[in-house]
Every structure is written in structure tokens, then in C-alpha cells.
Design a protein around this ligand. Structure first.
Ligand SMILES: Nc1ncnc2c1ncn2[C@@H]1O[C@H](COP(=O)(O)OP(=O)(O)O)[C@@H](O)[C@H]1O
Ligand SMILES: [Mg+2]
Length: 251
């Protein structure tokens, strides 16, 4: 069972004025296939933590292990999705999704069915020959999601991927990502500052506070999958929402 373990992790940025500890003593265990959200106010160290897992930030103390092996630097076992679109404007929808698979050296006959599968899942198969400039923001984000799942990493690291979308588009994307996750059961670590989004998507929500970034609480989200948007209106959901909001209030 692939497991991601963060053990006593500190991340310190070296500044001209001296060192700045952005994250302190993070301990977290995430087993394979879990959907985890990281939530906390701006500047509390969410991105720093995610980048440490991605291998983009060096860990100044402690260690991060994947399958009992200490992670050193970035790797194809971890895929990133950022808030801003990272689709290539000069490639079509289908070529964008195929890009990582081509880089891995897969044959055309191996790539085509994978691309079709993921584009169908995000409802973009009909739009496969369009270029990003011909797509809406939500469609571009779907391309991004399809591409990251198609690349088949062990872990997907997502930094507020839906942060810049309007509420309706965001909800549709939440449904799409749960569908992709339900199909693949990849481990997903998803940063959000949206309480509803964390509750709707995740099995566990990690509440962070800081700086320096620390884990304040880990909340188990008690709803079964598959989840439907109507869940957001249920009394149980609203109760959880109040509990999580309470965790986020700065006292
Ligand atoms: N590259 C960097 N160099 C120096 N300080 C940074 C850098 N990136 C982030 N920080 C600082 O570290 C803290 C945590 O930032 P970040 O992890 O981006 O928070 P979040 O994603 O929760 O908003 C903030 O105080 C921020 O100013
Ligand atoms: Mg951030």
C-alpha cells in the first residue's frame, strides 16, 4: 500500500534578512488512494507543504517518505496541478492530454485510447481538436485535469486548481474531479481555501494554521462516495461546515 509520510517536516526559506521558517513540524500519513484537502488561511504554509511533497522545496528538517523511501527532489510519481492554466496554447485538447504520455515514450496506439478515455470522462471528446484559445476557463481546467490523471502519477498535488473559477463552473469541476478520482483512485492532495469544496471533495481535511505552518486539526469527512452536489444542502453537511468554519476562525 503506497503511503506518503511526512515526519517532523520543517521548511525554511533562506532570506537576505535571515531564515524564515514557513512550515514547522508537519506530521501526516496518507495512504494510497485517499482524497485529502489542505485548508487554511492565506500564508499559513499550504503551498510550501505541497511543494515540499512535490520535491520543489527542500525539507530543512525531518523527512518525506513515499513507500518507505525518502523523497529527494521531484519525480514522475507526483503530478502537479496549479491554479493557473498550464495547458500548452500551441497544442490541441487531445495533444495536450497526450503530451506527457508521448514524453514517456509510449506508442501512438497506446496513447490514443488513454486520451479518448480521459477526454470522455471530462466531457471534452467532442472538443478534442480545438485549441486552448477556443475554450472557456472551465474547459481548459478540464483539459488540465484529464492530462494530469492520464499521466498516471502515484500522487496528484493540486494547488487551488479551481480558485479562479466562477461558482457554477467550480461545482461542475468538483463533480468532474470526483469522477476521475473514482475511476482511478489516485492519491490526491488538494489545497483549497473553500470550506464547502474541502467537505464535498475530501475524505480527510487537514486544517493548517500559521506561519509557521502547522497542522491544527485533521477532520474526517463522514460522507460516502459517490457524492452528489445535493449533499451540499443536507443538514449533516451544514453541520460539518459549521465545525470546519469554527476550526478556521482565528481566535
Ligand atoms: N519562496 C519563498 N521565499 C520566502 N518566503 C516564502 C516563499 N514562499 C512562501 N513564503 C512565505 O511562507 C509563508 C507560507 O506561504 P505559502 O506556503 O505560500 O502559504 P499558503 O499557500 O498557505 O498561502 C508565507 O509567510 C509566505 O510569505
Ligand atoms: Mg498557496
Amino acid at each position: 500500500m503506497t503511503e506518503l509520510v511526512l515526519r517532523n517536516v520543517d521548511v525554511t526559506y533562506k532570506m537576505k534578512k535571515g531564515d524564515f521558517k514557513a512550515v514547522e513540524n508537519i506530521n501526516l500519513e496518507i495512504s494510497k488512494g485517499k482524497f485529502i484537502c489542505l485548508i487554511g488561511r492565506s500564508g499559513c504554509g499550504k503551498t510550501t507543504t505541497l511543494h515540499a511533497i512535490a520535491g520543489l522545496n527542500p525539507v530543512s528538517n525531518g523527512e518525506i517518505l513515499l513507500d518507505n523511501k525518502t523523497l529527494k527532489g521531484p519525480g514522475a510519481d507526483r503530478g502537479m496541478v496549479f491554479q493557473n492554466d498550464s495547458v500548452f496554447p500551441w497544442l490541441t485538447v487531445a495533444q495536450n492530454v497526450a503530451f506527457g504520455l508521448r514524453m514517456k515514450g509510449l506508442k501512438k496506439s497506446e496513447i490514443e485510447p488513454v486520451v479518448k478515455h480521459y477526454l470522455e470522462l471530462v466531457d471534452l471528446w467532442q472538443s478534442r481538436n480545438l485549441y486552448p484559445r477556443e475554450l472557456s476557463g472551465g474547459m481548459k481546467k478540464r483539459v488540465d485535469l484529464a492530462r494530469s490523471f492520464a499521466n498516471d502519477p502515484e500522487i496528484l498535488l493540486m494547488d487551488e486548481p479551481f480558485g479562479s473559477l466562477d461558482a457554477m463552473t467550480k461545482e461542475a469541476l468538483q463533480v468532474a474531479i470526483l469522477q476521475l478520482w473514482g475511476e482511478t483512485h489516485k492519491t490526491v492532495i488538494f489545497i483549497t481555501h473553500d470550506v464547502e469544496e474541502a467537505l464535498f471533495l475530501s475524505e480527510k481535511t487537514v486544517v493548517m494554521e500559521g506561519p509557521p505552518g502547522r497542522i491544527k486539526n485533521i477532520m474526517d469527512i463522514p460522507f460516502d462516495y459517490p457524492r452528489d452536489v445535493s449533499l451540499k444542502l443536507s443538514p449533516e453537511f451544514l453541520k460539518c461546515r459549521a465545525k470546519l468554519m469554527d476550526q478556521l476562525i482565528i481566535k
